[in-house]
Design a protein around this ligand. Structure first.
Ligand SMILES: *[C@@H]1O[C@H](CO)[C@@H](O)[C@H](O)[C@H]1NC(C)=O
Ligand SMILES: *[C@@H]1O[C@H](CO)[C@@H](O)[C@H](O)[C@H]1NC(C)=O
Length: 527
């Protein structure tokens, strides 16, 4: 009887006290909405799992200060720049700064130009943030079980090291970062894996392979240069003993990436890499979203509806006029299709008297994509929108504008539910209209998009589950040094077998050529 009572109390005890919650530090500087959203999602996922998450947010770009990224996590530490004055007006017009991205060419040399601005921002941010002694002291009081940072900046990893945290996790809001892959011992073969800034799929022409190879060198080189400069800052402010970033990247126990194995181009990864692409698409929440009456009425007007949105970075209202006008003429060719265009300006004279076009400054994108009345989507192909499209199963025209969008488009298009349109073709309304016709009226695209969504929503492990389980595992057993590939210790000759090829060459030279020479010598002596 006693033992039963005892067992019973054990069961009760186990039931009422779940595993002790972990102290988790997530470092997420503010500089770009999609990065903050991804890191915020990871933090919220862990908060939801019952952990004590601290979301550490240095403000790198003051104009985005409101885009923190978390919804559920309460412990948010926003760290402003030392000279920050909330009352000062910001006369930086980001729309004008970003306008040139519409027409930028996507050549490796342009990546370097684009990067200069970013490098300057991250280096300054690292200096400002690591010199804030008060924040460092405050954080030193808590013993963190595990810490997570995005390796788009290395400052966070240096900071964790200075705090004495060695159980770390990297999380990339893109499918991968070339500069990180290179330094973690993970292979990347540019002959068939499109790099971050590529504008083609895995079937590359010789010119594209060259571009891919050159782009990898430029982008990885840029990132490494930035890491070096950030390291100089964190060592200046936190001590020269803080580890080199080259040791901190491989010290991380897990690499979460915003890639989904069923969507992305197949590529070899090391066992530390865990794709959590799709974590930003919260299907439960999306299903509970309701469209406003106004939008519902718009959707009911015609049998077919298409959404147009170029995201929030480069605005539709700053698009070259000639492109805007040819999209408009394409729209006019479809009186039976209603178009909803996310457009940020009130200056709409240019589109007067177009009955089948509605402008909205903000669109409930996921609720629209989930609505059966929406027939298709014209998008810039940001990774967030690409994943939403994939999970919600709508056919789409993807017009990559800059950065990783050029890779995301072909990545989704290869599943058959989307078509990529080169942005330079936006000046041709016939080309646009032809694709609109396919996406709205040819059912095969809709079917393939629906098939992919069905597959994704039936995946064996949900991205949230992967984040929670791996993070808890690292907190308990990390750092997982046994997962650090030995290839990092090898030099180029060893890694590529060049040493062996050279030895083989020498060997065959001796074995074959020496007897030949001897025989020839003897032959000449005799005859
Ligand atoms: C949660 O984390 C904060 C640091 O942000 C810390 O001050 C607090 O003590 C932690 N709570 C628990 C219960 O450990
Ligand atoms: C629009 O729909 C009507 C009625 O269904 C049809 O007769 C007409 O041909 C359609 N027009 C176009 C341009 O598709």
């Amino acid at each position: 009887m006693l033992s039963i009572k005892f067992m019973f109390s054990l069961i009760i005890f186990n039931y009422v006290s779940p595993a002790p919650s972990l102290n988790i530090l997530v470092y997420s500087p503010i500089f770009g909405g999609s990065h903050s959203k991804f890191m915020g999602n990871i933090a919220d996922t862990l908060t939801q799992a019952g952990h004590n998450v601290t979301f550490l947010v240095p403000v790198a770009d003051v104009t985005r200060r409101h885009e923190v990224g978390v919804k559920l996590t309460k412990n948010v530490m926003v760290v402003d720049k030392p000279n920050y004055n909330p009352d000062a007006a910001f006369n930086i017009d980001m729309d004008e700064v970003l306008r040139p991205l519409w027409t930028i060419q996507n050549r490796p040399s342009d990546f370097a130009t684009c990067f200069t601005f970013f490098l300057e921002m991250m280096r300054t941010n690292c200096d400002d943030f690591t010199s804030n002694k008060k924040v460092f002291e405050e954080l030193s009081k808590t013993k963190f079980d595990v810490a997570i940072a995005e390796p788009v900046s290395i400052c966070g990893l240096g900071y964790f090291n200075a705090l004495g945290i060695h159980k770390t996790i990297l999380a990339s809001s893109t499918t991968h970062y070339e500069g990180v892959v290179r330094n973690s011992g993970e292979p990347i073969d540019m002959s068939y894996v499109p790099v971050h800034g590529a504008y083609f799929d895995e079937k590359m022409s010789i010119f594209e392979r060259y571009t891919n190879w050159a782009a990898e060198h430029v982008m990885a080189g840029n990132l490494e240069k930035m890491f070096d400069e950030e390291m100089e800052k964190y060592r200046k402010n936190l001590g020269v003993g803080v580890a080199d970033w080259r040791e901190l990247i491989p010290e991380a126990s897990v690499f979460f990436t915003n890639a989904n194995q069923y969507i992305d181009f197949p590529r070899p990864v090391i066992q530390k890499t865990v794709g959590i692409g799709g974590i930003t698409v919260d299907m439960k929440k999306i299903k509970s979203e309701k469209l406003s009456e106004e939008i519902g009425k718009i959707l009911d007007k015609r049998d077919h509806n298409m959404l147009i949105s170029f995201g929030s970075m480069v605005k539709s209202s700053t698009m070259p006029e000639i492109w805007r006008n040819s999209i408009l003429s394409a729209i006019k060719k479809f009186p039976n299709v209603t178009f909803i265009w996310k457009y940020e300006s009130d200056d709409l004279k240019w589109a007067d008297d177009t009955k089948n076009l509605h402008f909205l400054k903000w669109v409930p994108q996921t609720a629209l994509l989930a609505d059966s009345r929406l027939s298709g989507f014209l998008t810039h192909g940001g990774l967030g929108s690409t994943n939403e499209l994939a999970y919600l199963g709508k056919p789409a025209i993807i017009v990559p504008i800059f950065g990783d969008q050029g890779r995301n488009g072909p990545m989704l298009a290869r599943h058959g539910g989307a078509i990529v349109l080169n942005k330079m073709d936006l000046e041709n309304s016939e080309v646009i209209a032809d694709l609109m016709r396919k996406i709205v009226f040819d059912r095969s695209y809709a079917q393939k998009a629906a098939d992919l969504a069905n597959l994704l929503n039936s995946s064996p492990f949900s991205p949230k589950e992967l984040v929670i389980k791996h993070t808890e595992f690292v907190a308990k057993f990390g750092p997982l040094t046994q997962m650090d590939p030995y290839i990092r210790q090898l030099n180029w000759f060893q890694r590529t077998f060049a040493d062996i090829y050279i030895l083989m060459f020498l060997f065959y030279s001796v074995v074959l050529i020496v007897p030949f020479l001897v025989v020839r010598k003897i032959y000449r002596l005799i005859f």
